[in-house]
Write a new protein. Structure first.
Length: 300
């Protein structure tokens, strides 16, 4: 993985994650690229509706409000559009007042190749293939799932929620659970309580969030993080000691022992939740914006 540009948090996002492009995507699927291109040009002054990650991006960029000379967050657009068809996207970005100035338009080819070039900590897309490619290259990436309610303005605080195994941590413990069952998993994690877990695809992103949090006083930090895991005691101990070993603070930890996560994510008021298991994502997306992380044994 390439080195990151200072302490600025860099998020790369696809145009379909940022805006609702379902209508034009249907034209592309049914009529082809020429019809799609003409449709976008004909409608380039027609405002796009917010997509599943719009509210998250808006809150991220709001962190720069009092730091214009030294912004702490940058959002980069990575799009399969051409520069010509992408004009509609930039017109909508301007309308909503989103300070996004950097972009890569790849005319139908996968844009994930530029995740590294922009020194991104996180890549969000609606294209699972692009997300898998970014994960294979060692970057935090997630497929943003579609949802009806894309607005999340309940507070100015920015809240990230993460599953543990195969997201923040490696899937080494999950492999034991999948192959040998719950009791073997519990026994293994209890025996390994003092052995830190290896990092998963979102370890570096969580560390970047933690560095950004330290720029603020604990009583006035606009970013809050939560671990929301199906683990329960005694398997909690290894997780806590792993984060301690990494010197990463997480603000809230929910050990749910297999309970559905959606209601808890709603109570936490998450702006986005990342999980590797589709069943948990399907439940979560009914409550909050959700990114599926197609990584680890659950996705093989």
């Amino acid at each position: 993985m390439s080195s990151k540009a200072g302490d600025k948090l860099v998020i790369s996002i696809s145009s379909r994650a940022l805006f609702n492009l379902d209508e034009s995507h249907q034209i592309y699927e049914k009529q082809g690229v020429e019809a799609y291109s003409q449709y976008q040009i004909d409608n380039e002054d027609k405002l796009l509706e917010p997509g599943a990650a719009f509210s998250l991006v808006k809150k991220l960029l709001a962190l720069n409000k009092d730091k214009q000379d030294n912004p702490v967050v940058e959002v980069v657009l990575l799009s399969r559009n051409s520069a010509d068809t992408g004009l509609r996207v930039f017109n909508s970005i301007k309308h909503y007042g989103l300070n996004i100035s950097r972009a890569a338009f790849t005319s139908g080819r996968s844009p994930y190749r530029y995740v590294s070039s922009f020194a991104s900590h996180l890549f969000l897309s609606t294209n699972p293939g692009d997300v898998r490619a970014a994960l294979d290259d060692g970057f935090a990436a997630a497929t943003i799932l579609p949802r009806e309610n894309n607005q999340h303005e309940s507070s100015s605080e920015l809240k990230f929620a993460f599953d543990g195994d195969a997201v923040i941590f490696s899937d080494e413990a999950e492999k034991v659970y999948k192959k040998q069952g719950l009791q073997a998993f519990t026994d293994s994690e209890t025996a390994s309580a003092n052995k830190p877990l290896a990092g998963g695809p979102f370890k570096d992103f969580l560390a970047a969030l933690h560095r950004l949090q330290k720029e603020y006083s604990p009583d006035n930090c606009p970013i809050r993080t939560a671990l929301v895991t199906a683990r329960s005691a005694p398997a909690h101990e290894r997780v806590i000691k792993t984060l301690r070993d990494w010197k990463i603070r997480i603000d809230e930890a929910l050990f749910l022992g297999g309970m559905a996560k959606g209601q808890f994510l709603s109570s936490f008021d998450a702006d986005v939740f990342f999980d590797d298991q589709p069943v948990h994502c399907d439940d979560a997306v009914e409550h909050v914006a959700t990114g599926h992380v197609p990584h680890g044994i659950a996705n093989q």
